[in-house]
Design a protein around this ligand. Structure first.
Ligand code: MG
Length: 222
């Protein structure tokens, strides 16, 4: 369940930690009425939350407001601690597209009570992941198009050049506190345009470099 693969390669990685960035686009922070953070805000999802292309997001019965958050993902190839900004990209094996599915009502309640987001963010099927494109094929991870369509209608569209914290900054910063291991996955934050999904919806997420499609992910909502 928690093994991921690089495109056009037989190399397999067993996913360990899934680290997620809470706010990494100023426009999304604004729509959530949240301040632009001075340092990256992180939370974790368990690897059991992963689903793949063609599988289904299952809405837990405790929520009536599950939201999509499309995000560029990256796969750590070489682990490390206290990774410098200069070396950060050499630790990345590949890039992909993912969905940080979120029970927004459960998260709002947790925020109100200053409780953790674990349930709201880490439930089964909350981490749909595409295959990863080899980092060698990516010109600049801080200049890629991140898009999501729901039932064929565009919902989220941005570019990683709008990141508050670059890929290098995220990898370097988090490695000061969490030892990174081969197979760890990082969700890099969602742009503006998050919104609710309903049973029967079809979500299509893409990562592209201009006209070059790098990764695609399609899941249904149940
Ligand atoms: Mg997110």
């Amino acid at each position: 369940m928690n093994v991921v693969r690089l495109q056009n390669s037989h190399q397999e990685f067993t996913v360990g930690k899934i680290l997620c960035v809470g706010r990494n686009y100023a426009e999304h922070a604004k729509e959530m009425n949240a301040a632009v953070p001075e340092a990256p805000v992180f939370f974790l999802k368990p690897s059991t939350a992963i689903i793949r292309n063609g599988e289904s997001v299952v809405i837990p019965p405790i929520s009536s407001d599950v939201h999509h958050e499309v995000e560029m993902t990256l796969l750590i190839g070489t682990g490390g601690k206290n990774i410098s900004l200069d070396h950060a990209l050499t630790h990345v094996a590949g890039y992909g597209i993912g969905l940080d599915m979120t029970m927004r009502d459960v998260q709002a309640e947790a925020k109100k009570k200053s409780l953790p987001w674990t349930l709201a963010k880490g439930f089964d099927t909350s981490a749909p992941l595409s295959e990863f494109v080899s980092a060698a094929r990516v010109r600049n991870p801080n200049e890629l198009d991140v898009r999501l369509a729901v039932n064929g209608v565009a919902r989220q569209s941005s570019n990683t050049r709008n990141f508050i914290f670059s890929v290098q900054h995220l990898v370097s910063y988090i490695s000061r506190f969490f030892t990174l291991e081969s197979g760890d996955v990082l969700f890099t934050g969602t742009p503006e345009g998050v919104g609710p999904v309903r049973s029967g919806d079809r979500l299509e997420a893409t990562l592209a470099d201009g006209a070059t499609m790098l990764a695609t992910l399609t899941v249904q909502v149940r």
